[in-house]
Design a protein around this ligand. Structure first.
Ligand code: ACO
Length: 266
């Protein structure tokens, strides 16, 4: 994407050393999300080259994201990309198709080609919480604040966050967090498995660097194939998972053999 396209999408992108860092860049409104940001995110993820092993997602200005741009729910404030209230004029199928498009970048974060890491400081509310949940790992400050606000607004979380939330904390805790729309502090997020690393704000960048270093230390193919195995494990029978392990290992053996094979003519 060109710098102008990134700026239009309210995103920043840095790529180097096998790591792509995507920054939600609307600090003036706490990185509130709108469709142009989701479309930009989908394009970035689509266009990442094969060398990228880790995708870091973070927010500008000391907060992750305050969720959906609430002006989109205000009929008095039409947005250039369409006020969500206008969506009510569509038939059910069209609304479902529209949400499908919005969900796409959230789902793309599960791609086994790379490991995705959300860096959560400040607030992760609603769509912000769901975006963090769609990443494989969450590194949070101890005073970060996660909140699934949607039920309080009469909505359901529909940006791919429900499945990873249940996977992270279990059904009962997920229901309690969503139904009450309460705020979960970073410290608690660490205790219940919502965040994998929790540190004081001053240590956030060092913790991120250490995590990224560890995630990029081992062969890319093995790490990606392992991510794919683990992702699919809950939905498979034991026998199907064993088969998937065997099949993946054959591909690993072939890769390793090719890497150690003497070059032709040696
Ligand atoms: N959409 C649009 N603008 C927002 C949003 C949002 N989600 N969140 C914050 N802003 C704007 C505020 O209106 C304010 O604008 P202004 O400077 O023009 O007045 C600016 O960002 C700063 O916000 P403050 O409330 O002053 O910042 P503070 O740090 O005190 O609070 C907080 C941050 C807690 C995130 C608060 O702004 C908030 O509760 N925002 C709304 C969160 C929300 O309900 N999101 C929707 C969830 S549901 C979903 O995502 C589907």
């Amino acid at each position: 994407m060109t710098p102008a396209e990134l700026s239009h999408a309210d995103l920043r992108l840095e790529v180097g050393g096998g790591v792509a860092t995507i920054t939600l860049d609307r600090p003036g409104v706490r990185n509130a999300q709108r469709p142009r940001m989701w479309a930009g995110l989908a394009r970035i993820l689509d266009e990442l080259d094969e060398s990228v092993r880790v995708v870091v997602l973070r927010g500008a200005g000391g907060t992750f994201s305050a969720g959906l741009d609430l002006s989109l729910l205000d009929p008095a404030q039409p947005d250039e990309e369409g006020n969500f209230v206008a969506t009510l004029a569509l038939d059910d199928r069209a609304i479902i198709d529209q949400i499908d498009v919005f969900q796409r970048p959230f789902a793309m974060l599960a791609d086994p080609r790379f490991i995705t890491v959300a860096v959560v400081e400040g607030h992760a509310i609603g769509a912000g919480f769901q975006l963090a949940l769609c990443c494989d790992l969450r590194i949070a400050t101890d005073d970060a604040r996660f909140c699934m606000k949607e039920p309080a607004l009469g909505l359901v979380p529909d940006l791919v966050g429900t499945k990873p939330l249940v996977a992270a904390v279990g059904y009962a805790r997920a229901l309690e967090i969503c139904a009450t729309a309460r705020t979960v502090a970073g410290t608690e997020a660490g205790e219940i498995g919502l965040a994998q690393v929790v540190v004081p704000a001053a240590e956030l960048d060092a913790a991120l660097a250490a995590t990224v270093h560890a995630l990029t230390a081992h062969p890319h193919g093995a790490v990606s194939a392992t991510k794919a195995l683990l992702q699919a494990a809950p939905a498979r029978s034991l026998d199907d998972q064993r088969l998937a392990e065997r099949t993946a290992q054959v591909a690993r053996f072939r890769d390793l053999a090719a890497a150690f094979a003497p070059a032709a003519g040696e």
